[in-house]
Structure formats: C-alpha cells, structure tokens
Write a protein that binds this ligand. Structure first.
Ligand SMILES: [Zn+2]
Ligand SMILES: [Zn+2]
Length: 609
C-alpha cells in the first residue's frame, strides 16, 4: 500500500487529479483522445511543463497512453486502474485549481499566499495584469491605487515610466522641463523621431497611456527644484528620481524628507550605474552621501547659482540604453516594493559595473548634522491658490496663528534688485532666482555681472505684499512655512489641488488648464463649515485631506469667511476679483508621520539650495 503524502500537492499532481476525476465522471471519454495540449493548458490554467508532468503521472498510473504522432488517449477504467484513478482524483473535483502559468515546476517553491490575499483565478485572455496574480505578494488594489512621482523623463525616466505602466501602477505623475532632441532617441524607448522638440514629460506620459490605458497619468513641464508644489510630494506613495545632476537630487531629497516620503534614486554613466533608496528616519539620506567639498560647491553664491543652473542645462553625461534598462528596472522594482510596504534597504547603494558585471551593495553612514533631516509638522490646508493669494493674505493668516512676529519663508530666493557697481544703476526686479538667466544677471550697458539683492523672508515690511505667491515663484499646491522664531506653521495651497494633481491627462475628463473665473471663485470659497464644538478654542476650518478628485468633498462656505474684492495683481494683469478673508479661520490637520518635526521646535532653518 502506498504511503499517503502529507505535504500538499504539487501543481502537476493537482492537474493530474483533475484529469483523473474527469475520467471517472465521464467528462473525458474513456478510450477517447484527450483534447490538445494547448486546450488543456487553458482549461487547467497551468504551464506546458506542468501539464506534461501531469500527463506523465497519469501515464504512470496507467490511466492514459501516448500514441506516437497522434496524441494522448484515455484508457478504459477497469479493475486494473480504478483504484489508482480514485486515488489520484482524491478531492480534486472540489478543489479550485491552483494555477501558475509562468511558474517552473522545478526550482524554488512559491511563498505561501498571505491569508488576506483572496484566491483569484485571473482571465489571462482579458486581464492584462492577470499574470501578476500569481505573484504571492502582489496586491492588485495597492498597485492600482498607488501614486508614484517620476522626476525626469530622460533615459532612466523612459525605462521607469515604461515599467510602471506595464506593471499597472495606477497613478503616475511625471515632471521634466526638457524638450526632446534627436540624440535622446538612442536611449529612450518611448520617444519617436517625430517627437523632436516636444516636451519630454508630455511625450512619455502619452506613450505610457498608450502602453496601458488603464493607468492614470499626469505630466508637468517644470523644473522640480522650483516648479512642483510640495503638496504633490505629500500625496505620493513613492518618488523615483531619474535625474542627472546633484542640485536636483539634493532638492528632491529635502522635499522628500520634509514630506516624509521614500524616494528611489538612480544614476548612470556609460556602463556604470547605481541605485539607492532613501527613507526619512532610516539610514543615510542623499545629502549624507555628499562630501564637504560637494556641499560647499552646492551652497553657491548667486552668480554661481545662475551659472550652475546654466551648466545643468548644458551638462550631458554619456549613457547607454542598456544601463538605463538595468538601473531603471531596479528603480521600478524598488518602487513596487515600497508600494507593497515590503522591506527595502534605505541608505544603502547598489553599484553595478557593466564592464566587469560586478554588483555590490554598501551602506552609507548617516550624518548627524545633515541639513536634510527635517520634517514638516502638521500641515494646514488652506482653500487658497498660488495664483490668487497674495503675500499679504498669507501673512495675515500667519499673524493670526503665530502673532505679529510671524514671517514667511520662501523656498527660493527672490531677487529684488540688480545693481551695477560700474554704472551705478539699480534695476528693480522682484523675480525668483530661477527665472533669472546668467545673461540677464549682467548689466545691459557695460556687461558686468551685477550684484543682486535678494530675500527669502517676507516680514510684512515689504512694498510688494500685494504680489501673488505665484509671481514670486511659489508653485501651485505648495506648502509654505511661517515662523515667529519659536514655532513653525505649514500652510498648503490646497485650493490648487483639483488642477495641480488629478492624474487625468489624456482622458476625456482631463481638467482644463484655465477654468472660468466664476468657478475659481466658487472653488476658493468652498471651505468646510466651522464646527465651533471641535477641539481647539479657536474655531478653525477643516479641509478634508487627500483625494485629488475631491474638491467636492469640501463643503460650501458657511458664511464665516468674509469675502472682499482684491486689488488687481500688478504683475499678471488679469482682472479678476479674488475672495480673500480678513481673517481666515481654519482647522489644522493632524499628521502622523512618525517623525518629530524639527521645524515645529522653533529652530530657524534657512533653506538655500
Ligand atoms: Zn542626511
Ligand atoms: Zn554696468
């Protein structure tokens, strides 16, 4: 008598059992020919190798026989084989077949499926993500709901975007300021010759949508160091840096730390590449990896900053599409792990040397005094927009929260004037540093590089408080800092949310770039009603967190916000009435990011990038 196996059946055994059961119940005709292999593979949902193993087992049990060049035939069930047939069939009829198209029948076993993951047999003919169902840890819902920010749409960005689209990552945001040129075509799978001079971000987004129309995508033509609101970072599950310069990496690193988000960095040159994950509070960050000299080089004076920006635009690193695939592939995989809350190794770097095919991992040492290690505290969501809100508006809110001492800290330097020491001329400028080119920094008369006056603090004494936030370089959906020397407050321009973060480009319901003024006003005044019974002594407006599509979740104003006409913005001559409040009340949102906010402890931090 055979010894009963205790271990659970292999896939081939299960398949053999099902076929034996079909023989017994007459589904398969005794003496008749079995359906062709391809059909059996589909019926049983198994691979060819597994099917062959199952057929071999049935043959060994004298239940089927092979006729050369014809196929498999079922034997007659009689006393010689009925016991074996029943033994094989077991309870196969009542069991759902465990299938795995791509699973080899030898090699490592699958990790047992987590109890939460429901057993789901995908339709591989209709379900593009069906194969992933066989990956024990893959969770469709997490992947489809995931929000991933891809910074840079060059060689690495192309690979990463392609992978994210293939993997069905539900919401992708891509940012790049560059345009496509012929030389990009050798390393960028998503670009075509006809794309010359088109925006990289737009083209990769469009191609991702055509690879997988089920993903939601949004693109932005902007420089990540100045053009992307922190509120976008705040709503992401993972951030992937596909960058080619230190300045941008440092900026992304700080933004991710401020918002307590993990980010995956990749870098390539010729056949060399590296990949690393940074996670606030776990191991070293990107800035920790920089040498003192590198940090000194980065904290440049304004003239150098102008030049540095220029050089970034010119700097080209030779890369190959192959190394981009390798490193971009690793980055995408790490992002997939982050989406699933799987273990990653933050603060470590994986080096790949394509010349020797050597790969090694090393851990960076975190630096105690690293300037990146700051996290924002609780964030107040204001129904305000960068284009409509003035410095005065924001200052008023800060004053009501932090007292008359409160100042606003801008994230980038604001150039107020350019002075030529040679000609003794002064040009009033008032533009963010990012908008001044190296050429523009020079005197138009004598050509000397002019001295610049700049500021990043708004104290209330300025003569340009009527200027809108966007005119001084604040991007939509940004989060601004105010402080009074003791305490920080963080204000998000949540009124920008519907336009700044929607993931609906290339969809029928993509939001228009410019909305009717009336609608803007309506959106702005949509403020959650104040429930005086809630928490703090000062009643505040509570704006619901998250959900890019849900400005509607914010209820209409309860009349506690006083609207008044605002002055016309002198810089952007748009005649629009703007509702502001003499005293906006709001309720702040509790954030549980697990990090202690150093910003909230009164340490003044100047952020110069
Ligand atoms: Zn650090
Ligand atoms: Zn001059």
């Amino acid at each position: 008598m055979k010894i009963q196996k205790i271990s659970h059946k292999s896939l081939a055994e299960t398949a053999a059992g099902k076929l034996a059961a079909s023989l017994l119940d007459g589904t398969l005709e005794q003496g008749g020919q079995l359906p062709p292999e391809r059909e059996l593979i589909n019926i049983l949902g198994i691979s060819r190798a597994t099917l062959r193993e199952a057929l071999k087992s049935l043959e060994d049990h004298r239940l089927i026989e092979s006729r050369r060049h014809v196929g498999w035939f079922a034997r007659k069930i009689d006393e010689t084989n009925i016991t074996q047939a029943k033994e094989l069939a077991g309870d196969a009829t009542s069991q759902a077949p465990r299938s795995a198209t791509n699973e080899p029948h030898t090699g490592p076993r699958r990790i047992p499926v987590s109890p939460e993951k429901p057993i789901h047999i995908p339709n591989l003919q209709k379900d593009r993500l069906g194969t992933f169902e066989f990956i024990s840890w893959w969770e469709r819902e997490k992947v489809q709901k995931a929000k991933v920010l891809v910074i840079g749409a060059g060689a690495l960005g192309n690979e990463v975007i392609k992978n994210l689209a293939l993997m069905g990552v539900g919401n992708i945001f891509v940012i790049d300021f560059d345009k496509i040129e012929a030389a990009n075509l050798s390393r960028s799978v998503l670009f075509r010759e006809t794309d010359n001079n088109r925006s990289k971000a737009e083209v990769v987004a469009a191609r991702a949508k055509s690879i997988n129309p089920e993903v939601h995508i949004q693109y932005l033509n902007a420089d990540v160091t100045t053009g992307l609101g922190l509120g976008v970072f705040r709503r992401m599950d993972a951030i992937i840096g596909c960058l080619d310069n230190r300045e941008a990496r440092l900026a992304v690193n700080r933004f991710c730390y401020w918002m307590n988000k993990p980010w995956v960095d990749g870098a390539i040159q010729e056949l060399l590449g590296l990949m690393r994950v940074f996670k606030p509070g776990e191991g070293a960050c990107y800035e920790c990896t920089l040498t003192e000299q590198a940090l000194r080089d980065l904290s440049l004076r304004y003239s150098c900053q102008l030049l540095a920006r220029q050089n970034v635009l010119l700097g080209k690193v030779p890369t190959t599409p192959t190394i981009a695939s390798i490193i971009g592939g690793m980055q995408s995989q790490e992002a997939l792990k982050l989406i699933h809350d799987m273990t990653v190794e933050p603060g470590k770097v994986v080096h790949f040397n394509g010349l020797t095919n050597m790969m090694h991992t090393t851990a960076y040492v975190p630096r105690e005094e690293c300037e990146s290690h700051w996290a924002y505290g609780e964030i107040t969501e204001l129904p305000a927009r960068a284009e409509r809100t003035t410095l005065q508006d924001l200052l008023r809110i800060a004053h009501s929260d932090l007292g008359a001492q409160a100042v606003i800290e801008l994230d980038q330097e604001l150039i107020t004037s350019l002075e030529c020491a040679n000609c003794h001329t002064v040009e009033q400028v008032l533009r963010p540093l990012s908008e001044i080119t190296f050429e523009a920094g020079h005197c138009p008369t004598c050509g000397l590089l002019r001295d610049a006056q700049f500021t990043h603090q708004i104290t209330g004494d300025e003569n340009f408080l009527h200027r809108t936030l966007s005119s001084v370089g604040v991007p939509p959906l940004h989060i601004l800092r105010a402080q009074n020397g003791l305490e920080y407050r963080f204000y998000e321009l949540t009124g920008d949310l519907p336009e700044a973060l929607h993931f609906r480009h290339f969809e029928n319901n993509a939001p228009e770039k410019t909305q009717p003024i009336a609608e803007r006003i309506r959106l702005k005044s949509e403020v959650h009603s104040i429930d005086s019974s809630t928490s703090s002594v000062r009643s505040r407006i509570r704006i619901k967190e998250d959900s890019p599509k849900s400005p509607a979740a914010v209820k209409p104003a309860s009349g506690q916000i006083k609207l008044k006409q605002n002055k016309i913005d002198t810089v952007k001559p748009k005649k629009v009435s703007e509702p502001t409040s003499t005293r906006i009340r709001y309720k702040s949102i509790e954030r549980s990011n697990g990090l202690i906010s150093k910003f909230g402890r009164g340490r003044v931090k100047v952020c110069k990038l």
